[in-house]
Design a protein around this ligand. Structure first.
Ligand SMILES: [Zn+2]
Ligand SMILES: [Zn+2]
Length: 441
C-alpha cells in the first residue's frame, strides 16, 4: 500500500494540445503507440482546437514522450503550434491503459486537414495481389494515403463526419481499424469490396450496364473502341479518351469545343510515360510526388500517341495515376488490348466541364450535364463534400501548378487541387478559412 502511494506521488500528468496537420494523417495512432511505448496512461482525442493528449506517468517518461512527439512525427503530419502544461494528477488513471477517445465537436480554431493523397506503395501492392481481399478494389486506402479533404464534411475528422459514414465497416475492416499495429488503424476512409463504395458503368442515359470489376473491364474496352468516358474522381468528373486513338481524341475535341489547346495525358506509370516522352530525374520526382501534379515533358517522336493531343508543340502535359481508381482503369486499359503488356496505356484526361462551368459533382448532375460529351459514365457511390470549396479552388488554382525547376505551367495543364486549410466553423460545417492551397513541393 505504501509502495502504491509512493508510486502515485512520483507520477505526474501533462496535457498537450497540438495544432497543425494532425487529423487524417495517422496522428492519433502515432500518439497511441508512443504512449504505450513509454508505458504512460491517459488518452488522445481530436478536438476542434486540434489534438488533445493527456499523459500520466513518471516525469522522465513524460519528458521522453514529449521529445518523441515532436521528433518522430508521421510523414504527413505537420505541427504548427504545440503547448504542454501540467494538469491535476488523476489517481484512477495511474498505471492504466492509454486510449483513443471519441472526438469532441464544437467551436474552435484552425485545424489543417490533409489534402487527398496519392495511393501509397503498400496499397498498390494490396491491389496488385490476386490473393488480397482488396485485389483491384478501386477505393483502397490506408492511413498513409487516400481521400481526406474531398470526403470531409465537418471537423473533427472522424468517419462519421466524412462521406464514408454511410458505409459501415465490415468485420475484417473493423479489425484493421481497431488494431494499433495495422496501417489502417483509425484510417477513416478504410473500405473493402464487402463494405465500401461500389463502382458501376452506365450509358449516357444512366442505364446501368455493368458493376464492379466488369464495369471497369467494359469501360476499358469502350475506351479502346474509341468511346469517351466520364469518370467520377475525387472531387469531380474527368472526361477520358484513349490517347493512342486519333479518332477518339479528335471527337473529344469536337464535343468539348476545344479545337487546339493541348490536352493532358495520364499514363499507367513512369515507365509507360518514358516510352512516350523524355523524363528527367527532376520531372520524375515531381510526377511521382504526393501531389501528383501535371508536368510538362518533351514528347518522343513516333510513339503512337495521337498527334491531336498537343498539336503544334512537342510538349506534353503528363500526369501519373493518383487514385486507386485510375490505377485499376489503366491496368484494365492495358489488358483490353490484344498485345497486353506492350500496349500503350495512356488516357487523355480533361475536366468534365463545358467551357467555364464548374466541375460537375453529383452522379445525376453529371449525367444531365455531360450526357452530350460522354458515351459512358463510370460512377460510384462515394460522395464528394465541400463542393463550394472545390469549385472555388478549381478556379482559383488554375494557374498555380509548378513545372520542373519551379517554372509555371500554362493554366490549361493544371488540375484542380483543394485547399488544405479548413476551419471548424460555428455550425460545425467545413468551409475554407484561407486561400492556401497545397503546392507541389
Ligand atoms: Zn495506402
Ligand atoms: Zn470491409
Amino acid at each position: 500500500m505504501r509502495y502504491i502511494a509512493r508510486s502515485m506521488s512520483a507520477s505526474q500528468r501533462e496535457r498537450h494540445v497540438v495544432v497543425g496537420r494532425v487529423q487524417g494523417v495517422g496522428f492519433r495512432p502515432f500518439v497511441y503507440r508512443l504512449a504505450r511505448e513509454h508505458a504512460l496512461s491517459g488518452y488522445v482525442l481530436n478536438a476542434p482546437e486540434g489534438v488533445v493528449i493527456e499523459v500520466q506517468g513518471p516525469p522522465e517518461r513524460l519528458a521522453r514522450f514529449a521529445t518523441d512527439l515532436i521528433d518522430t512525427l508521421p510523414p504527413l503530419a505537420m505541427i504548427v503550434e504545440h503547448s504542454c502544461e501540467s494538469v491535476p494528477f488523476c489517481p484512477d488513471d495511474d498505471g492504466g491503459e492509454f486510449a483513443i477517445r471519441k472526438s469532441t465537436a464544437g467551436v474552435g480554431h484552425h485545424v489543417l486537414v490533409s489534402p487527398d493523397m496519392a495511393t501509397c506503395p503498400d496499397c498498390l501492392a494490396d491491389m496488385a495481389d490476386p490473393a488480397n481481399r482488396r485485389h483491384r478494389y478501386p477505393f483502397t486506402n490506408c492511413t498513409n494515403c487516400g481521400p481526406r479533404y474531398t470526403i470531409t464534411q465537418s471537423l473533427p475528422y472522424d468517419r462519421h463526419a466524412t462521406s464514408m459514414a454511410c458505409f459501415p465497416l465490415c468485420e475484417a475492416c473493423r479489425a484493421e481499424y481497431e488494431d494499433p499495429l495495422d496501417r489502417r488503424f483509425h484510417a477513416q476512409p478504410n473500405a473493402c469490396p464487402v463494405c465500401g463504395p461500389r463502382l458501376w458503368l452506365t450509358d449516357r442515359h444512366g442505364k446501368t450496364l455493368a458493376e464492379g470489376a466488369k464495369a471497369m473491364a467494359r469501360a476499358a474496352k469502350a475506351l479502346r473502341g474509341g468511346k469517351i468516358l466520364a469518370l467520377k474522381g475525387l472531387g469531380g468528373f474527368h472526361l477520358a479518351a484513349d490517347a493512342a486513338n486519333h479518332a477518339a481524341v479528335a471527337e473529344l475535341r469536337r464535343r468539348k469545343k476545344r479545337p487546339a489547346k493541348p490536352l493532358a495525358v495520364m499514363t499507367a506509370d513512369l515507365e509507360m510515360l518514358s516510352r512516350l516522352a523524355h523524363v528527367s530525374p527532376d520531372e520524375a520526382a515531381l510526377l511521382t510526388g504526393r501531389e501528383r501534379p501535371i508536368v510538362l515533358v518533351t514528347m518522343k517522336p513516333g510513339t503512337g500517341l495521337s498527334p491531336d493531343i498537343s498539336p503544334d508543340t512537342d510538349q506534353l502535359g503528363a500526369m501519373l495515376p493518383y487514385t486507386p481508381l485510375h490505377h485499376v482503369l489503366l491496368a484494365a486499359l492495358r489488358e483490353a488490348q490484344p498485345d497486353g503488356e506492350d500496349a500503350l496505356a495512356a488516357l487523355v484526361m480533361t475536366s468534365g466541364n463545358l467551357s467555364s462551368e464548374p466541375i460537375s459533382l453529383g452522379n445525376r448532375e453529371a449525367l444531365s450535364r455531360l450526357g452530350s460529351l460522354a458515351d459512358f459514365f463510370l460512377l460510384h457511390d462515394r460522395a464528394a463534400w465541400c463542393a463550394c470549396c472545390t469549385r472555388k479552388a478549381a478556379r482559383r488554382d488554375s494557374s498555380s501548378c509548378a513545372g520542373p525547376g519551379g517554372s509555371r505551367l500554362p493554366p490549361y495543364f493544371c488540375r484542380p487541387k483543394v485547399p488544405a486549410f479548413l476551419e471548424s466553423a460555428r455550425n460545425s460545417r467545413t468551409r475554407c478559412a484561407s486561400p492556401r492551397v497545397t503546392k507541389p513541393s
